[in-house]
Design a protein around this ligand. Structure first.
Ligand SMILES: [Zn+2]
Length: 381
């Protein structure tokens, strides 16, 4: 029996921290709707204490998006937790996610307090969050560089205070797969109460190990993984959702795990996020790169023609790659134009759509064919 791994998507929080990737409320909602189609279990919609705009976006997502758990980030202070709760309380399944440093560097240098004071701060934050809602996630920031005994003391104490999910982040992308897997195993052994709550990881890609660290944690018994579409996020980014989901799906024999991700939605989601956040995907990126399914050498092309299994371990269609690109012409009709716009992430009000369609026809007459880029230009002009 395969274990179902909870996919916690933080594209709209960690991913949005990428310089230049800031989204407005409407764009965040478009991505959140696509995340539902993709089948994520948890959406971290933002960091409400950071700005009124983000608070508004998280509130709208909590009100309008049905299905996944909706959460957002809060530091371990009352004002952050209040701002987050005001936004996510509208969701059918809200979660408060608290983050507080666990490593000595963070405790001493960033927070400027000692370990006991830090632990007290974390426990008070969890207790306060718990007075507002049942589901409270606690992130032991910089866990991979923390003192093991202190880390376990924190985990044990916040579980007692009511935390329902414990996240073990490799905040700075420092961990090595074997070592990170061992850390998860040791925590499980040292803190028996961890078996009663969800155990989660959040890996960064500073040394290019975010995906393998995440998977090694899965192999060692975590229940939830925090990932982003296209692996975007602070600095070198986070573990890529599409990689983790595709690997668990392709190598079920090894990981004995599965997810609720609808793989066919992976490519449309990747394109949508890339476009709305203005972050191109590198061509050789696993699963979602433009060349991920291109076979260029003669030997490979010959092999593919004989049997796809020679050089393909995933069928491109399985992750939503369309073999034929979509081209619109003057004869495409309003319905096709509207449909393509929706696939690109735009739902225009009727009047705006009619105006766009008029300009579309002019362009189609001039150019014969209208590409996605042309269509986007029309939307933005
Ligand atoms: Zn992060």
């Amino acid at each position: 029996m395969n274990k179902r791994i909870i996919i916690f998507d933080t594209t709209l929080r960690d991913g949005e921290q990428v310089p230049g990737a800031k989204l407005d409320c409407r764009q965040k909602l478009i991505i959140a709707r696509q995340l539902v189609r993709l089948g994520v279990d948890v959406i971290e919609a933002g960091f409400p204490a950071s700005s009124p705009g983000d608070r508004e976006a998280v509130t709208r997502i909590a009100k309008e998006i049905k299905g996944p758990i909706i959460t957002g980030l809060a530091r371990a202070v009352k004002s952050d937790i209040d701002a987050l709760w005001q936004a996510v309380r509208h969701a059918k399944r809200p979660r408060i996610h608290i983050v507080l440093g666990a490593s000595d560097i963070h405790v001493h240098e960033k927070l400027n307090i000692n370990r006991d004071q830090c632990l007290k701060m974390g426990v008070e934050a969890v207790r306060y969050a718990k007075s507002l809602t049942y589901d409270v996630e606690y992130s032991t920031e910089d866990a991979s560089r923390s003192d093991f005994d202190y880390l376990c003391r924190v985990i044990e104490t916040v579980i007692k205070a009511g935390a329902t999910v414990i996240n073990i982040p490799d905040t700075v992308g420092y961990a090595i797969p074997d070592e990170f897997g061992r850390l998860i195993r040791r925590i499980r052994k040292r803190v028996p109460a961890a078996a009663k709550v969800g155990l989660s990881v959040h890996c960064h890609n500073d040394l290019g190990l975010a995906t393998i660290n995440t998977l090694t944690a899965v192999k060692n018994g975590v229940d939830q993984v925090e990932v982003t579409v296209n692996g975007i996020g602070e600095r070198a980014g986070n573990a890529a959702l599409e990689e983790v989901a595709a690997i668990l799906n392709t190598r079920t024999d090894y990981y004995k795990s599965c997810t609720n991700i609808n793989l066919r939605e992976i490519t449309p989601t990747s394109r949508l996020v890339s476009r709305l956040m203005n972050i191109p995907v590198q061509p050789n990126k696993a699963i979602v790169g433009g060349n991920a399914f291109c076979h260029s050498s003669g030997i490979h092309q010959d092999g593919i023609l004989k049997s796809r299994a020679n050089y393909e371990i995933i069928a491109p269609e399985a992750v939503g790659v369309q073999r034929h690109s979509f081209v619109l012409t003057a004869r495409s009709g309003k319905h096709a134009v509207r449909h393509r716009l929706q696939e690109l992430g735009f739902e225009l009000p009727e009047q705006q759509f009619r105006d766009l369609h008029r300009r579309f026809l002019q362009l189609a007459d001039e150019r014969k064919q209208v590409s996605d880029d042309d269509l986007l230009m029309l939307v933005n002009s």
